[in-house]
Design a protein around this ligand. Structure first.
Ligand SMILES: *[C@@H]1O[C@H](CO)[C@@H](O)[C@H](O)[C@H]1NC(C)=O
Ligand SMILES: *[C@@H]1O[C@H](CO)[C@@H](O)[C@H](O)[C@H]1NC(C)=O
Ligand SMILES: *[C@@H]1O[C@H](CO)[C@@H](O)[C@H](O)[C@H]1NC(C)=O
Ligand SMILES: *[C@@H]1O[C@H](CO)[C@@H](O)[C@H](O)[C@H]1NC(C)=O
Length: 429
């Protein structure tokens, strides 16, 4: 028998610091060791469009590209120069260690470029996939980025002013250490896991008292037994919890569940970030059955944000920066829709895999206003099941959740709904 601690993956997110002043371009990396060459970027999954601002500490020409191999051959390159006679910006491709050739089709749209304080920059966007055979197809996965620049505007040989760096543009996970940071370790010790399919353990413990407010910037799991740990969730306790404990969490299908408040996260050193759980309430849904033998069964959870008075009074907009999607074994696809002034997909995973659950940072900060609705759609496949599947905590039950990482934090931690079972029981009884 396989014993698992089921449910949710660990939320591990680090928010970009001071460099991320443009919410459309939330990500930033230096491409060189000397921090002279800087790339900021963001993207829109719906439009399949990516936007870059490329900044170099030079008053000469600057070049940036995506390369299949890390060098200029077959690379998709843009070169720009701000000269006394005007701005030059061209979409090119590399053919070897010679001047990149100008593309017949110019698929990069220049938004702005300029020169100030000894820096030259250009902001441009393009589709992930263009129709030009010389353009690179940008996909989620590590991309080899190349750069070069000159000391004057005569585009020519870059000598040593060149380099390459691998970055996953569409699934970016910045790694950073914050100076003067400290860590706290919480462990569950000497726990005998019972021989049942799904076991949840809850430990409530007091953390060291901190004199002033601190921000969590990173969380790592300390796991000794990878074969039995399925996921770990970390919560801040509400004020009425005053005693510690170390015991099983759920005593049955409708047993106790904790009232939970997520710990505060930091974004850009200015805001507290929070996690809002949306989707279908995972407990107390005895009558809701996902039928067996279904190829694509859809379940929907709706969050109506006008139900948060706090949001309306104090926080006019929630900025969503990351999402973690969660179902159990029958989940095949999850979509999170946002319905407001403009309807948009907040997040989607068309090939959901229970074994690979991770938080993803959105390519742009998406804004939710009071009154907007968030709809989580989960698609299940139960073709291999002999019986109905219920919503619940066991791995063989199902869930339909989307954890939204957003700022500024509000007190509300979850916004879940129940399907209308009165209506459904007619169809499936
Ligand atoms: C690059 O230029 C900016 C703006 O002038 C400056 O603040 C920064 O210190 C420079 N970076 C380096 C590494 O010289
Ligand atoms: C959301 O709640 C508001 C206020 O209760 C209500 O007027 C509105 O119809 C609700 N929207 C949906 C989609 O249920
Ligand atoms: C099928 O599921 C229902 C509801 O959970 C349960 O009452 C019933 O015993 C199950 N049947 C079988 C054959 O497992
Ligand atoms: C649930 O569905 C039934 C039957 O369609 C309907 O009469 C009832 O108003 C619905 N309840 C809610 C809360 O929407």
């Amino acid at each position: 028998m396989s014993c698992r601690l089921p449910v949710l993956g660990l939320v591990l997110l680090w928010m970009q610091g001071a460099g991320a002043s443009d919410p459309d371009l939330p990500f930033m990396e230096y491409l060189d060791e000397n921090h002279l060459v800087c790339l900021k970027w963001g993207f829109n999954d719906d439009l399949e469009e990516i936007t870059f601002t490329f900044v170099v500490n030079t008053t000469g020409w600057i070049g940036f590209g995506l390369s299949p191999n890390g060098n200029m051959f077959d690379a998709d390159i843009v070169i720009g120069a701000v000269t006394p006679s005007g701005n030059h910006f061209t979409d090119r491709h590399g053919i070897g260690k010679v001047m990149p050739v100008i593309d017949e089709e110019q698929n990069c749209i220049l938004h702005s470029m300029g020169e100030s304080d000894g820096q030259t920059w250009m902001k441009f966007s393009r589709k992930f996939l263009t129709c030009d055979k010389h353009d690179y197809h940008i996909k989620a996965g590590p991309e080899k980025l190349i750069y070069a620049y000159g000391l004057n505007d005569m585009i020519g040989y870059h000598q040593t002013r060149r380099g390459t760096k691998t970055i996953n543009l569409l699934n970016y996970k910045p790694q950073m250490d914050v100076p003067d940071s400290t860590s706290i370790t919480v462990r569950v010790d000497n726990l005998a896991i019972p021989a049942i399919d799904t076991y949840y353990h809850c430990k409530i413990t007091k953390l060291p008292y901190l004199e002033k407010k601190h921000h969590v910037y990173k969380i790592e799991a300390v796991i000794d037994n990878y074969d039995i740990v399925h996921h770990i969730l970390l919560y801040k306790c509400p004020k009425f919890v005053t005693v510690g404990s170390d015991q099983p969490c759920f005593t049955g299908d409708d047993g106790d569940y904790c009232l939970e408040v997520m710990a505060a996260w930091a974004v850009g050193g200015m805001y507290d970030a929070g996690i809002l759980t949306t989707g279908i309430q995972p407990f107390g849904l005895i009558e809701y059955n996902i039928p067996q033998g279904a190829q694509n069964f859809h379940s929907y959870g709706v969050c109506n944000t006008s139900l948060f008075p706090d949001l309306i009074e104090n926080v006019p907009v929630l900025n969503v920066i990351g999402v973690m999607l969660h179902t159990h074994l029958a989940g095949r696809k999850v979509r999170v829709g946002h319905f407001g002034d403009k309807d948009q997909l907040l997040a989607v995973n068309e090939n959901y895999d229970f074994e690979v659950q991770e938080s993803v940072l959105l390519g742009e900060h998406k804004k939710i206003k009071p009154g907007d609705d968030i709809v989580v759609e989960c698609t299940y496949n139960t073709e291999d099941r002999k019986n109905v599947t219920r919503m619940g905590f066991s791995t063989s039950d199902e869930m339909c959740l989307a954890f939204l990482l957003y700022y500024p934090a509000i007190e509300v931690t979850s916004c879940l709904s129940k399907p209308n079972v009165t209506h459904l029981s007619k169809s499936f009884s």
